[in-house]
Design a protein around this ligand. Structure first.
Ligand code: RNT
Ligand code: ZN
Length: 417
């Protein structure tokens, strides 16, 4: 795309927004500095490097598009490619199963910091900070219950795993001089109607109390709620209410995955409620397409509303933005770019909202005026600002990335089989 046109469009957009009292340069600066954590698992369908099996335990990938990353080098190559096509500040979000196990089998209750020092070095070289996740799915001991399992032996295995993961996250945080966000999601639940709902929740609470007891200053633990899992449709131990209560009571970060709620629920509405009672939010920006989170994040109402609520609550500094989806049916590099760009556009749109005027209208009871401006802001030239942002950083503008992704597919992905 011609850079003169993009620059010209930006100047027009800048004036248009300025007329509404909005500083587009300031919005661009905020967009530049707001980190987005890239989930490593889109590159290889959540397989990882432990036992090379498809994801199981409440989650599932569908599709077999060729070219997925088969080992740590390919995964790193893909992540580096993704980042080269995007402007902004990025982090990399790893699961425990993506450790560097050096060809030996390391079970989940044996994992150590040393399995991630290679990642720490790589991340540093690529100017990325790391986030982390314990992994209790895709394992023979996953079953239907992990941390909430009444069987002490199985429960202790996962408690040990999760404790070790917190220590690894702490080492990452220390190495990078910035806290590592560690997410705990467990699929625990039941396919059919459950009688002892309270019992499993009681056990999960006790397991979490035990896990979180160790003070680790360089990491922050986040707990992720879910409505249901695949094969676990009737009951999820770690439901929204469970974690909202747990996090509020224990001052723990709540992970809001936009793919995890009732299809008709407006997930963004949870932001302002949770922020009153939990210290921070971790966001898994995803797309709920009837089930779970394997659809690529889009610039849709859900995503836009989420970012609008964060900006309206002035809470960008209390929110950690991460993506979470795993689509195996399209070019996986392209899936990353679409999702990150959707999140960035949604954030930018939120930053460009004429909030002072909207607030004033609301205060003064001018509800027609508020609704009219909310409608008008939707078609303001945000796209021109976003194009300029990408141009300024020397990365592909608008649809130009499509050709680059296809080129990478031809040069690199197509040679993997
Ligand atoms: C699953 C959760 C969880 C996972 C990742 C792989 O429903 O959303 O965050 O997607 O940990
Ligand atoms: Zn998630």
């Amino acid at each position: 795309m011609k850079s003169e046109i993009i620059e010209k469009n930006y100047q027009v957009a800048r004036e248009r927004y300025a007329a509404l009292g909005i500083d587009t340069d300031k919005a661009i600066a905020t967009l530049e500095q707001t980190p987005i954590s890239l989930h490593c698992w889109q590159a290889d369908d959540v397989v990882g490097f432990e036992r090379n099996v498809a994801a199981s335990g409440g989650i599932q990938t569908t599709g077999n598009y060729p070219g997925k990353a088969r080992n740590i080098d390919e995964l790193r190559q893909d992540i580096a490619e993704v980042i080269s096509l995007l402007a902004g500040t990025f982090r990399l979000n790893l699961h425990e199963t993506y450790g560097e196990f050096g060809g030996t089998f390391v079970d989940r209750d044996q994992v150590e910091v040393k399995h991630f020092t290679g990642w720490m070095d790589w991340a540093k070289e690529h100017n990325l900070k790391l986030d982390f996740n314990s992994t209790s799915f895709s394992h023979p001991k996953s079953g239907n219950l992990t941390l909430s399992n009444p069987d002490k032996e199985i429960r202790d295995f996962w408690i040990e795993h999760t404790k070790r993961c917190r220590r690894i996250a702490d080492a990452m945080g220390k190495a990078q001089g910035d806290p590592c966000m560690m997410n705990i999601w467990i699929h625990d639940g039941s396919k059919d109607y459950t009688v002892e709902k309270l019992r499993y929740r009681q056990i999960l609470k006790e397991s979490l109390d035990d896990i979180l007891a160790e003070p680790l200053p360089n990491m922050k633990t986040c707990l992720e709620a879910k409505l249901f899992g695949i094969g676990l449709e009737a009951y999820t131990v770690g439901s929204h209410d469970f974690y909202a209560g747990y996090c509020a009571k224990n001052n723990v970060i709540y992970t809001l995955d936009t793919g995890h709620y009732e299809p008709t629920e407006n997930v963004s509405d949870a932001v302002s409620s949770l922020l009153l009672f939990v210290p921070e939010l971790m966001l898994h920006v995803s797309r709920p397409m009837h089930w779970d989170s394997d659809h690529v994040t889009l610039y849709d109402d859900n995503t836009r509303n989420l970012f609008a609520e964060l900006v309206r609550a002035n809470a960008l500094d209390r929110a950690h933005i991460g993506l979470d989806y795993f689509d195996a049916s399209i070019n996986r590099i392209g899936a990353y770019i679409i999702g990150v760009r959707a999140a960035q556009k949604s954030l930018l749109q939120a930053l460009l909202e004429p909030l002072d005027t909207l607030r004033r209208y609301e205060d003064e009871g001018k509800l027609f005026e508020r609704l009219a401006l909310l409608e008008e802001e939707k078609t303001l030239p945000m796209g021109a600002v976003y194009d300029y942002y990408n141009l300024k950083h020397g990365v592909p503008v608008a649809e130009d990335y499509i050709g680059q992704v296809v080129q990478y597919e031809r040069d690199v992905l197509a040679k993997r089989n």
